[in-house]
Design a protein around this ligand. Sequence first.
Ligand code: HAM
Length: 428
Amino acid sequence: MAKQIQAIRGMKDILPRQTPLWQFLEDRVRSVLDRYGYAEIRIPVVEMTELFKRSIGEVTDIVEKEMYTFADRNGDSLTLRPEGTAGCVRAGLENGLIFNQTQRLWYQGPMFRHERPQQGRYRQFHQVGVETFGLAGPDIDLELILITARIWRELGLQGLELQLNTLGTAEERGHYRDRLVSYFQSRIDALDDDSRRRLEGNPLRILDSKNPDMAAVVGEAPTLMAHLGEASLQHFEQLRQGLDAARVSYVLNPRLVRGLDYYSRTVFEWVTGSLGAQGTVCAGGRYDGLVEQLGGKPTTAVGFAIGLERVIAMLESSDVTERLSRPDVYLVMLGEAAAREGMQLAERLRDALPALRLVCHCGGGGFKNQLKKADKSRARYALILGEDELVRNEIGFKPLRGEGEQQQLRMAHLQERLAQAIVRVNDD
Ligand code: HAM
């Protein structure tokens, strides 16, 4: 036998038993974004490498070591998108969506980063991203956070913590950066190799160090908050007041600096303790300088992206999966006449009850055998249609999950009974 070819490390198949959960997640997120007036944009998976270098930053982990970059047949350097913000800005500029306008956009799809795969971290992963343009005030920052909070609520997710920080404007950060560099230089012996390397290109990232030996030197570092001007402080304060008024709780995390260079002012992450080391399920912030950096007129912007694999992992540990993938009813049909009539009945029920999840038994067989299949399907109810029922214009209605005895229903009452029985996620 020929040797089988394996999938690429860190790139996963999403199998039929998992897709109902993905569809549920995607539908819910899409519905929330639609209700807030956000429009979908679809952007290519591959872009010019230069786009990511100029936006994410040359001295970031993503650009330095994680991009899937290759030469096109005509020699252009292309990269599989590691994230969606850069492409969204590029598309917005190229199609005249940004200048002198406000936009509320979202996108969805696979992203690629050559990271070390582990639980919750993959080389191909999926994001839903949201980007807004031309809105300068903290009200839109608040709206984005309210959207994410609503998404968690509508998915039934609990235990997510909102972490918040502000990075100030590029200018304020520049001053702070100089202060930080001199501080770290004065403590150079306490820095690990990674941090020494970052001292040159990206000293703020040192604050994000996960190395416990670095905790003291990082803890005593000057804070950015002390270097912010009046306007940045006010922006942040207003956002915090808005969150308080909306009763969205958060923790201030002055260490939150993000791994991409384009941020200014507000940054936030939603973090869970339930997924181990890869606990950030959503991250975003303001990036007022990026549009100009990519060749447009100065335009304010703010957005976020949700890591779908991580949300799926949270949903998997709730009972949503179980409820999503099981049919409401399994139709058992005994004898030829019942089989014929049953298929038509099923079609009528599907017309009348679009939310009904109904599986018809196929392949004949006796009562015991069919009921076994019904049970295996994990349906909540079996409908039983035999010769007797046909004659009496009735149908057997049998709970399969220990919710009472079998009843004989008048055919005319079936639809109403099923409508009551359809239980959807979050309805019960
Ligand atoms: P990011 O923090 O690089 O931000 O990624 C956003 C989210 O994508 C992360 O919080 C995580 O849930 C998920 N994610 C990232 N890398 C992986 C991976 N290797 N495997 C699984 N999930 C992953 C951005 O991408 C920005 N573009 C977000 C943004 C939009 N900021 C403003 N607008």
